[in-house]
Design a protein around this ligand. Sequence first.
Ligand code: DX5
Length: 215
Amino acid sequence: MIKVYPSILACDFERLAEEIAEVEAAGADGLHVDIMDGHYVPNITMGPVIVSAVGRAAQVPFDCDLMITDPLHYAEVMAKAGPRGFFFHPETVDDPQAAIEKIRSLGVRAGIAINPDEKAAQVRRLLAEADYCLVMTVFPGFGGQDFVDSALDNVKAARDAFSGDIVVDGGVSPETAALVAKAGANILVAGSAVFGREDRAAAIAEIRQAAEAAE
Ligand code: DX5
């Protein structure tokens, strides 16, 4: 079954709680929260204060993608907000296996995030120990980027190696939803394709239908 997780990076932050309630009413299965620190990626987004607000507002599960150089410290700080889990980028830690265990010890899922230039063999190796994975279909840093077609190979490699949740993030729209679902993704993150539309229910339904038709 396909799930759609709007990425709040694309929401109107002046109305954060209302935006979350709107997409939940529109059929969102969960939410995706992009944490960026201006070091690992050239952009700064949300920190613990906003994640805590998301935790209070959200009725559905939410995942945080830690696009930061110190994911374990901030995972500990932000776990109190009640996310379902954290994705970290393996190159930001000394020991990915230890990072997975540390995140799990916080009582949440530990996920590996895979950038488009990651090699399939590396993807398989990292996935062996993770609870779920995030395959990036754009290079991390900004919403609204074009989908990177070559990242579909990582979705396929992940699905070949792993039976758990494979989340895709970046440039997901009704057009690209079919491609990622066919490659094996089951949770689709979409920012601009949901929050950029007036009719969020139609946006979510179109992504879900396109993906389910291609599965
Ligand atoms: C990139 C971001 C985006 C965001 C989704 O670092 O992580 O992928 O969640 O944005 P759209 O759907 O606009 O590509």
